[in-house]
Design a protein around this ligand. Structure first.
Ligand code: ZN
Length: 129
């Protein structure tokens, strides 16, 4: 039967069809439900995080010459600009400049996950007037 829910991210109301014989925790399932638009955003975000993570691991693991590092930096700049777009839509906040995040990633690539988290936190903490 159909169940109504509020998207976990944008809080828009929606409804989903759940089998009557579903034996999991229905309340948990509905509390975690997201609408199609937000689902797309999450997938785009995950793909970008995968890409950024794999480039950063290359930086952290391998000895690269200046040209190779430059290539990775250009890739990170493009990925971070797309990331800024996704994060600003997700949090409904203006985009946060990514130049600093790219620099920090280049300097401490092994900490990319923390750096991306700080970036998201900075964006979500923006106060919109
Ligand atoms: Zn949503």
């Amino acid at each position: 039967m159909k169940h109504s829910y509020h998207c976990k991210i944008c809080h828009k109301p929606g409804s989903i069809e759940i089998a009557d014989d579903y034996c999991g925790n229905l309340a948990n399932l509905l509390a975690g439900a997201v609408c199609d638009g937000c689902h797309d955003l999450i997938r785009r975000r995950a793909r970008l995080e995968d890409y950024i993570g794999s480039r950063c691991m290359e930086l952290a693991r391998e000895r690269l010459d200046g040209e190779e590092r430059q290539k990775i930096q250009s890739g990170l700049e493009v990925a971070l600009r797309k990331y800024a777009e996704v994060i600003s839509q997700e949090f409904k906040k203006p985009k946060v400049d990514t130049d600093n995040a790219v620099q920090v990633l280049m300097e401490s690539p092994a900490k990319y996950w923390l750096i991306l988290r700080d970036y998201r936190d900075a964006c979500s903490a923006l106060v919109v007037h």
